[in-house]
Design a protein around this ligand. Sequence first.
Ligand SMILES: [Zn+2]
Length: 82
Amino acid sequence: MLLEQLVEKAAQPPEYDWDSYYSWLHGQLAGRETTDYNYWLCKKCLSVNVVYLPARYGKCRSCGLIHLPDDLRKEKMRRSDE
Ligand SMILES: [Zn+2]
C-alpha cells in the first residue's frame, strides 16, 4: 500500500462491523441466538418495544400486552419490496 493511501485511510473514521455488533448485542440481551430484530408499537399504551427474532411473540415492557411477531415480518417484507 502506498504511503498516500495509508495516510488517507488513517484520516478516515474506522470502519465498524455494526451488523455483527448488533447481532452479538441482541443475542446478549435476548439470552439466545437472534437473527433479526424489529420494533413494534403497543396498541394499548403506545410504548415502543423491541422484539428479537426469531420469537414466538413480543411482550410490551410497560403493560405486558402480547404482540405476535408475524405482523412484524409482514411489515418488513413490504418495506423491502419497495
Ligand atoms: Zn403496552
